[in-house]
Design a protein around this ligand. Structure first.
Ligand code: FAD
Length: 429
């Protein structure tokens, strides 16, 4: 890490998060003569126990955390007037340095649904394999769909709780949700399986992009990659009288005066954000379904002893969906009875969702990669419409959601972005 920020480089990467570090690192290795500068808002996290020790993950979200950024949205009618507060990664590695380490891959068809040239499921799979070092030797798992030489290890960790795992599989089975050998095979949905994590099975350490990619490159000191932390990028600069991006303006802790760094070849934004929860009514309906399904699974677990009332909807008086009624009848019959939800019960659940929904930290799509006339911001090569030499390369480019937690998708976007920039610059990755 350096506090000396040059005046001019070849490429400026604004934001050193999950995707940003992948892009910068791949390019630096491919062409060590390229001068690449990552500007990252948060503080360095090398060997920071709060980051590398998975058991401490939740401490990153405590008030006053230096590794997270808490964005507060305007009050929203869709949230019964509440303000959404969204925590995001605020240090090198971004969300990948503070997240809950869950390794979840989307389905191949999620990408096919994007309908963007070059981004189909088949074309994206190699990018998911590239960063991965899969450490589960289970013979039931098809090794051809995992990566084994990448920078980030994936394993079951060292603390598998077989009992609760089997109990959960059994409860799901009774609802027709079968167990599968590998839920991360890019195809299977509506199944349950072993939960892998971004943890190395040998040393139990979190797998994030600064430790996996960045620090080894900086330590080798044989590329033109530099990183400056505690630097906030304010805006993009353009050459006078042109639409060509040629640098960024940034702020440091030490000076309130904006400073400038110029980019001869490319500016890459990897740090874009916006909230917008439940503004689409369809989202509430999916959560309604999800609430009912989770309740049904919970009732079938062997250790189920009833709900914590304060964290559930308030059903109308006399409702047959109420916990007292359903659990009482189930106890009498000796097994979980089906639940009858009236339209009023559904409304109670909807209201509960609007009143209590919080982020699951998978924000995306604020700079969607789709046609400009459909509201898109970047094209299929991640170029921002209407300007030159400016790309966006993080989760904000997703034109639609993926059916998965989003870390692995952000990493794959970083990998894909690196190939696009390399092609533009005539570099072989
Ligand atoms: C608490 C939490 C738990 C999560 N749990 C999981 C999980 O278990 N499994 C999973 O798959 N996903 C999980 N995620 C989601 C996943 O980590 C993110 O989707 C992913 O990190 C997004 O990658 P990104 O590169 O798009 O952005 P980020 O990783 O967020 O990177 C953006 C970077 O830009 C920096 N930045 C922002 N603004 C500026 C600025 N103005 N100037 C300079 N730098 C700036 C930020 O500090 C950050 O480092 C979780 C996320 C969080 C926050």
């Amino acid at each position: 890490m350096s506090n000396r920020i040059p005046k001019e480089v070849d490429i400026v990467v604004a934001g050193g998060g999950a995707a940003g570090i992948v892009v910068a690192s791949r390019l630096a290795k491919a062409d060590p003569t390229l001068l690449i500068l990552i500007l990252e808002h948060g503080p360095d996290v090398r060997e920071n126990p709060q980051v590398v020790n998975p058991a401490l993950f939740i401490t990153n979200l405590l008030p006053g955390s230096k590794t997270a950024t808490f964005y507060t949205a305007e009050p929203s009618e869709h949230l019964n007037g509440r303000r959404a507060i969204v925590a995001a990664g605020g240090c090198p590695g971004g969300g990948g340095s503070i997240n809950f380490l869950a390794y979840v891959r989307p389905q191949e068809i999620d990408f096919d649904d994007w309908e963007v040239e070059g981004w189909s499921g088949k074309e994206m799979i190699p990018f998911f394999k590239k960063f991965e070092n899969f450490q589960d030797p289970d013979p039931e798992i098809d090794p051809s769909i995992h990566g084994y030489g990448g920078e980030l290890s994936v394993s079951q960790g060292s603390n598998v709780q077989e009992g609760p795992q089997q109990d959960f599989f059994k409860a799901c089975e009774t609802l027709g949700i079968g167990r599968v050998a590998d839920i991360a095979d890019f195809k299977t949905s509506n199944g349950v399986g072993k939960w892998h994590q971004f943890v190395d099975k040998n040393d139990g350490i979190r797998q994030n992009t600064p430790h996996g990619f960045l620090y080894p490159i900086l330590d080798a000191n044989n590329t033109g990659l530099q990183v400056a932390t505690e630097v906030k990028v304010g805006r993009i600069l353009f050459e006078e009288d042109t639409n060509r991006a040629n640098g960024v303006e940034y702020f440091t802790e030490r000076s309130s005066k904006p400073q400038v760094v110029y980019a001869r070849k490319q500016v890459i934004l990897t740090a874009v954000f916006n909230a917008g929860f439940l503004s689409n009514p369809a989202d509430v309906e999916q959560m309604l379904y999800g609430y009912k399904l989770q309740r049904d699974i919970a009732r079938r677990l062997s250790h189920y002893r009833g709900p914590l009332e304060t964290s559930h909807p308030k059903f109308p008086p006399g409702s047959k969906a109420s916990y007292d009624y359903v659990d009482g009848l189930s106890a009498e019959k000796g097994s979980p009875v089906p639940i009858e939800y009236t339209p009023e019960d559904d409304d109670a659940i909807r209201d509960y969702i609007r009143q209590s929904v919080e982020t699951t930290w998978h924000s995306m799509s604020t700079c969607a990669m789709k046609k400009r006339e459909l509201g898109g911001v970047v094209d299929e090569r991640l170029n921002v419409y209407g300007v030159e030499r400016l790309k966006v390369a993080d989760l904000s480019i997703c034109p639609q959601n993926v059916a998965a937690n989003t870390y692995s998708t952000a990493l794959a976007i970083g990998e894909k972005a690196a190939t696009l920039v390399a092609e533009d610059l005539g570099i072989t990755l």
